[in-house]
Design a protein around this ligand. Sequence first.
Ligand SMILES: [Zn+2]
Length: 307
Amino acid sequence: MKRTLALTLCVLLACSTLACGAPKTDASKPTVVATIFPQYDFIRAIAGDRVNLIMLAKPGGEVHGYDPSLSEMNLILASDLFVYVGGETDRWAKDLLEKNGKDLNAIALVDLVDTVDEELAPGMQGEAEEAPETDEHVWTSPRNCIRIVEGLCDALCALLPEEADAMKTNTAAYISELTELDGAFHDAVNNGKRKTVVFAERFPFRYLCDELGLRYYAALPGCSSNEEVSLSTVSFLIDRVKAENLPCVFTIEFSDGRIAKTIADATGCEILELHSCHNVSKADLDAGVTVLDLMRRNLQSLKKAVN
Ligand SMILES: [Zn+2]
């Protein structure tokens, strides 16, 4: 209840912030609107200040359950490129495109990679009545990021042909960092002692875990709106940590860590965070944090988890 209220306040606040004044843009540059942080960061890395880049997600805010305000809708419709995820969370974007698609240059991240459905792993608490949904957290695997960055580079080059060479150079540099990171993730897991991870949370890391051959257990599926985790789910996860003698349990960013603490208290394991990059805190955004930075943090946590 409290979280729902906080969420509503957040959304209201986010809407009013934008309504107060549209973001300042340079009319000589194309405007690109990104719904959430991953594509915002990728576009920033490829295009730098060659475009007016706007992220709709407010730093530190919850992106699930977000709905754009009228002024944000207008911002999207007036943009030169709109980059959304294309999952259940931004279904509003699909509706917007169905109504205005002809006039809008848009890319969905899910269309740039091979997707899988969200999966109900053993012990995971699901919404049984719902059909499986596409797992939209495609950016959590570095290999997927490479394909996404390539797709975004193509779209940006079409928008700014005279800047294509420079943006392709930026893209190549970014991809070489992603490739190195992908290798480091694989090395960490291949050299590790364990192949199982436990999340006391929603689980948005299926693409990363599949890529690395990690077995996972989690309280809830990726974008679950369910906030109440049952005792039997918690005790299932405690049993997994004990049975496999796991050194840690994972939380994700902006979590209250309540379930992780229960599991840690019952098993003596450590609590570590994996950042899913949906959104970043104001402090991180102001400090210029990138998806690569967050993935490098994740790599360090994952190394502890598999050893
Ligand atoms: Zn999500």
